[in-house]
Ligand binder design. Sequence first.
Ligand SMILES: NC(=O)c1ccc[n+]([C@@H]2O[C@H](COP(=O)([O-])OP(=O)(O)OC[C@H]3O[C@@H](n4cnc5c(N)ncnc54)[C@H](O)[C@@H]3O)[C@@H](O)[C@H]2O)c1
Length: 659
Amino acid sequence: MEGVPKNIPIKKEIDPLINHAPKRKDILSKDEKIVALKNALRYFPSTQHKELALDFLAELKEFGRIYMHRFRPDYEMFARAINDYPGKSLQAKAIMLMIQNNLDPAVAQHPHELITYGGNGSVFQNWIQYRLTMKYLAEMTDEQTLVMYSGHPMGLFPSHKNAPRVVVSNGMMIPNYSKPDDWEKFNAMGVTQFGQMTAGSYMYIGPQGIVHGTTITVLNAIRRIEKKTGNNGRKLFLTAGLGGMSGAQPKAGNIAGVITVCAEINSKAVETRHQQGWVDEIIQDLDALCARILKAKAENEVVSIAFLGNIVDVWEKFDSENIFVDLGSDQTSLHNPWAGGYYPVGLTLEEANEMMAVDAEKFKELVQESLRRHSNSINKHTKKGTYFFDYGNAFLLEASRAGAAVMAENNIDFKYPSYIQDILGPLCFDFGFGPFRWVCASGNPDDLKKTDEIACLVLEEMIKNSPSEIQEQMADNIKWIKGAQENKLVVGSQARILYADAEGRMLIADAFNKAIAKGEIGEIILGRDHHDVSGTDSPYRETSNIYDGSKFTADMAIQNVIGDSFRGATWVSIHNGGGVGWGEVINGGFGMLLDGTLEAEKNLKMMLHWDVNNGVARRNWARNENAVFAIKRAMEAEPLLKVTLANEVDQAVLNGLNI
Ligand SMILES: NC(=O)c1ccc[n+]([C@@H]2O[C@H](COP(=O)([O-])OP(=O)(O)OC[C@H]3O[C@@H](n4cnc5c(N)ncnc54)[C@H](O)[C@@H]3O)[C@@H](O)[C@H]2O)c1
């Protein structure tokens, strides 16, 4: 409630026990630094400017950004129960809960720099924006909408009860100013931020959010390999990254029943995931790692191993030792290659962190050299039969830009598919299946258990009449929700992710709303990852299985957010960047509070229907076979839905043309 404090709080020392963002590069000219300082100081009365100017300049020099560390509140940061928040609007309280969850040190990657995941996925640019936003939310009514410009609360504007309580935009740039260095510059100046997907939209629920998608991906990759090779033995999965989202990989590997080796260079990230039980063992020595793999193979174990070191060393060692990798991928943060997303082989973490700040050019050279070595080694493995896929972290994109041998013969496509092209696109997104999620606003684990049971019953009812085309997906999702409690996936708020299609999302949400009305559970906050059917236009990731040329357009993501906002979403957000990087993607999402009312029931049906079928319609228009099937089914179920269908062209007509 305090907002900007009357008196300047005492300075806060940097806590060495917390994982901090790397120093950002010194990119601003002298004049731009002055603008950055003026921008930061405009939140405070002029009497405080002299003292704060010195402090903020020191931060700019030390971190490359002005985080306003001294304004970080002294209270513990975590999601409280919804009724513990002050305020006049239950919806606004739900948003406060989600914001605090995104900044909870147990959840966030660099909590003191307000970064939730992905190295640069910010909730706010600085602590004063956090304070002001929380104050606005605590004061607002259901007749107002809070407008958020890249972390900055522009203010409360009159609206109406069924309008979104908050509208967020993050990193929206004039397209020509959307290169990686533009982010460095304008973020350092304090006028924009990289919201990632669920950081700047307050919808991050810890690595669980991604475990389900990763499990589906690994499971189906294994099914592909088995179908192709007939080998049903224990598989080895080699990948990298134990950070915000990549930390889900070993857990997913265990659920999918493989031996997972996940290289991670940062010991803090390794320890965090090990303590949380997301990875079984830690090994630092390459020979010991090889011996452990051979033992696991011989004894047919399912085990996940964190290798503390560089991924390139592991690929090369497994090649020289002839350890066969069945499945390979990578989840280093290559959407952010020059500022700590990817650590080049040969440097320690500390050496790399220093070099990227003091000699950015040299660092870039080393990253590119490392990517070439990395790719060469992967190529050697794939020649032996490894199935490698790009995990949507811009690995192939950055490797190709570094001149690595990752291009297909036509020199247009990559040599390896993205996980969307081969797996998630055709099997999930085209049918409307995506990462639906919910948070129990009471914070009560019993509520989560009850919602798991409700969702499971809904899916079990649905599968009885589901067409054969989606039986496997339905069965995988039922298996997931049945094992969810046992898999202990909760970090932070009492949240659950469950892949579901439009019908499933609507039926589950409706069942929750009815249970709330009956007093069986408390309020529920619905949402989803932006990485979904309709939420994201990203040519090398979510929309990489769109082949009609429209994958470089962003109409779908923009339409989606606009459509959600007038169909009852509690908050909406639209972002540039997220996943694959600044300028490479436009993505959006929503949050919706279910409070058991009839109005919530009307909203959930209208909004979830659009939120999924928008993307299915677009995928159908791109002639994706499974989406054509799904949208026809949706039209049969809802007579008010009328979607334009594409006519197929006979190849013979085209063959006859002199092009
Ligand atoms: N496709 C998906 O569904 C999906 C899901 C999650 C993440 N992603 C993408 O994957 C990337 C990772 O996401 P995150 O949230 O985990 O990011 P993160 O920055 O939290 O984690 C990446 C980790 O990789 C480690 N790392 C970097 N270079 C390394 C190297 N050479 N060897 C070993 N470890 C190295 C870093 O220390 C870091 O901990 C992002 O680009 C994200 O967009 C995609």
